[in-house]
Design a protein around this ligand. Structure first.
Ligand code: ATP
Ligand code: MG
Ligand code: MG
Length: 350
């Protein structure tokens, strides 16, 4: 059978590997770390650095198609891989979403609303950005941030020095603070021939900057729901995207504002494992393998809860209930580490 290459060996790579195996594929992960979640289920593991061109070449030559589970892959690594195997989603999608400034430029260009933003490289740039955007605002590193890391809030212009120091010299953007009522996300998939399927939007609650729960259905009017799905399809079309994508949205009286996009399966799409016949992981594998997409319609109401750090100590009790358990096989339950998630079906789809 064909082999699917996956860059990254975390829980998303693990669940992609399981989905690929169910469809009869072999998986080969590329991940510098040793005992990682995906390494327990993938068929092959290149435990090599992303700067190792020879290893990347070998990896790409052993794969029929390559995908990724995180967006911080160095562009040079893609050059090497692309000479030997197709990469889905494409590098345009990857490079755009690697950098918050490029990402917001792209979203603006295709006519979507984002928070007001400005690139910030130094103290002077931050002053100009504050003059333009005002406070409250959030300073975020352009690259490499996740789970709320690499962010500093400015309640007033007096917070500028501290916020800039928090960036540790990294290029940043200042975003105006959006007064949203709640947060939702759409997980969508686009196939090789351009067909699009979006899952129903989920409503997301964060705790300490980390996703805590996703609930479907989200609180949205029918027209907001349609907007959310259509804008996701527009984003994927504009990028000529192939695979599954996550789009995070702020719900405001002025409409939906795009917070960020992720060129991969997304934590806020884990509910699809219990809410749909075909989940986000299978949709992604279908798309990148050139298969038709499955039916992503929702048959159940679901609450997904992340198990962070010692939340996993609750597993013996959760196991006594009908909640579906997904554990990532991580050895140490460190603070803030995503150890697993649970999906609770709360009733038939409403
Ligand atoms: P993820 O783990 O989702 O990749 P991240 O580290 O990339 O997170 P963001 O999604 O940019 O961070 O921000 C994390 C959370 O902070 C958002 O979900 C939202 O709750 C809040 N937030 C971010 N930007 C803004 C904003 N401009 N206005 C108001 N709240 C915001
Ligand atoms: Mg993010
Ligand atoms: Mg986010």
């Amino acid at each position: 059978g064909a082999t699917i290459g996956i860059l990254g060996g975390g829980q998303l790579g693990r669940m992609l590997s399981v989905a690929a195996a169910r469809l009869g594929f072999k998986t080969c992960i590329y991940e510098p770390g040793g005992d990682c979640p995906a390494s327990h289920v993938a068929n092959y593991h290149f435990q090599k650095d992303y700067a190792d061109t020879d290893a990347l070449t070998q990896f790409a030559q052993s794969c029929d198609v390559v995908t990724y589970e995180f967006e911080n892959i160095p562009a040079e690594a893609l050059d090497t891989i692309e000479a030997h195997a197709p990469i889905h989603p494409n590098r345009d999608a990857l490079t755009t979403s690697q950098d918050r400034f490029l990402e917001k430029n792209f979203l603006t260009r295709i006519g979507l609303q984002t928070a007001p933003y400005a690139a910030v490289d130094d103290a002077e740039g931050l002053q100009l950005a504050i003059d333009q955007i005002g406070t409250p605002a959030i300073l975020k590193t352009r690259r490499l941030g996740y789970d709320g890391k690499g962010q500093a809030r400015l309640m007033s212009p007096d917070d500028a020095d501290q916020a800039l120091a928090d960036m540790a010299g990294a290029p940043a953007i200042l975003e105006g603070f959006i007064d949203f009522s709640h947060e939702v996300s759409v997980i969508g998939t686009r196939s090789l021939d351009g067909a699009v399927s979006c899952f129903d939007p989920g409503e997301n609650v964060h705790r300490n900057g980390i996703l805590h729960t996703t609930t479907v259905p989200a609180k949205l009017t029918p027209s907001q729901r349609t907007d959310a799905v259509l804008l996701t399809a527009n984003i994927m079309g504009a990028l000529n995207y192939v695979g599954t994508m996550g789009v995070e949205l702020f719900v405001t009286p002025q409409g939906l504002i795009v917070n960020e996009i992720a060129p991969r399966v997304h934590n806020s799409g884990h509910w699809t494992q219990s809410g749909c016949a075909i989940d986000q992981f299978e949709q992604h594998i279908r798309a990148i393998a050139g298969w038709p997409l499955g039916d992503g319609s929702r048959h159940s109401n679901v609450v997904m809860e992340n198990l962070i750090g010692d939340d996993v100590d609750r597993i013996p009790d959760i196991a006594k209930t009908n909640t579906a358990i997904h554990l990532y096989g991580k050895a140490e339950a460190k603070k803030g580490r995503k150890m697993g998630h649970i999906n609770t079906v709360t009733g038939p789809a409403t």
